[in-house]
Design a protein around this ligand. Sequence first.
Ligand SMILES: [Zn+2]
Ligand SMILES: [Zn+2]
Length: 104
Amino acid sequence: MIEEIAPRRRLDPAERARIAEEQQKLKLERLSKILKRTKYGSSKHKKNQEACCICVEDFTKDSECRETPCNHLFHAECLMKWVETKVASPDCPFCRAEIVVLNR
Ligand SMILES: [Zn+2]
Ligand SMILES: [Zn+2]
């Protein structure tokens, strides 16, 4: 019996890293659309949230914030850093709900 050897496409590590980086960038772009920009005090967010649970600092009146689909509020900067570190499976830092990113 002749074993068929599947032609394996070999990507060199640099190419692989480039593709991974590209995919991460794309996903972050999608995430930044899902996580709506808002200003503290101007959104309909849950009023019991007075501090960003990532940096544990209180929001100020005009803090630049982002809101998760589960309606939790964080500093825009804190939340983007958070999702960047777990771009493969982002979740809400507050309630741990998965932030679903659709591949389109
Ligand atoms: Zn923060
Ligand atoms: Zn949440």
